[in-house]
Design a protein around this ligand. Structure first.
Ligand code: PNS
Length: 183
C-alpha cells in the first residue's frame, strides 16, 4: 500500500505546545511524519540542534509514526530525499498567512509534486511562538502551559544569570541572602 509521508520542517528553538499540537494532528492524517529541524536557521540559536533533537525525540516517543531528523539546504530537496509527498506547516493567525503563502508557492515552484498542507493548532496556542517563549523565559517570565515541562526545565538552564539569581532567592518563598555580590 502507498504510504503517505509528510515532513514538518522548522527551527523548533524551542519546541512549544503549539508544535506538539500540530505533530499530534499531523500524526493522525499522515502514515509517517518526519519532524525536520533546520540545522543552520539561526547563527546563535538558544538550543543546539542536538538539544532540540533530544527534546523532540523524547516528546514524540509515544508515536509509532513520528520521527525526528535534521536537514540542511532546501526543504523541498530534503522532502524528496525522504520520500515525502507533503509538507506540513501550521498557521496560527492571519499574520502567518502571507509568509506561509510565499513559502508554499516558492516550494511549489521548486517541486510541484510536493503539496504543502496547512493545519491550525488549538486556538489557545494561537499567539504562541518560539521567539516569544525564548524572550519571556530568558527574562525570567513564566512559560508554564506554553511549552512541555521538559522544555521548561531546559529553558531554566538558559536563563539570563541575573534572573537565575532572582529565581534562587525566591524559590522557597523566602528571601535568601544573596550569595554573590552585585557587580
Ligand atoms: O520554524 P520556522 O523558522 O518558521 O521554519 C522555517 C523553515 C525552516 C521551514 C524555512 O525557513 C525553510 O524551509 N528553510 C530552509 C531553506 C529553504 O528551503 N528556503 C526556501 C523556502 S521557500
Amino acid at each position: 500500500m502507498h504510504k503517505v509521508i509528510a515532513i514538518y520542517p522548522g527551527s523548533f528553538d524551542p519546541p512549544t505546545n503549539g508544535h506538539l499540537d500540530l505533530i499530534d494532528r499531523g500524526s493522525k492524517i499522515f502514515d509517517e511524519l518526519v519532524v525536520a529541524i533546520l540545522r543552520n536557521a539561526e547563527k546563535a540559536p538558544l538550543f543546539s540542534v542536538s538539544e532540540r533533537v533530544g527534546m523532540l525525540e523524547s516528546l514524540t516517543s509515544h508515536y509509532d509514526n513520528v520521527r525526528v531528523d535534521t536537514f540542511d539546504g532546501l526543504t523541498v530537496d530534503y522532502a524528496i530525499r525522504v520520500g515525502a509527498s507533503s509538507l506540513l506547516r501550521g498557521i496560527r493567525a492571519l499574520s502567518d498567512y502571507e509568509y506561509e503563502l510565499q513559502m508554499a508557492l516558492m516550494n511549489r515552484k521548486l517541486r510541484p509534486e510536493l503539496e504543502t498542507v496547512f493545519m491550525m493548532p488549538a486556538e489557545k496556542y494561537s499567539y504562541l511562538s518560539s521567539r516569544l517563549v525564548r524572550e519571556v523565559a530568558q527574562l525570567g517570565g513564566s512559560v508554564k502551559g506554553l511549552v512541555p515541562e521538559l522544555v521548561e526545565e531546559n529553558l531554566r538552564g538558559k536563563l539570563d544569570p541575573a534572573y537565575r539569581l532572582g529565581e534562587f532567592r525566591e524559590a522557597d518563598g523566602k528571601k535568601k541572602p544573596r550569595t554573590r555580590k552585585r557587580a
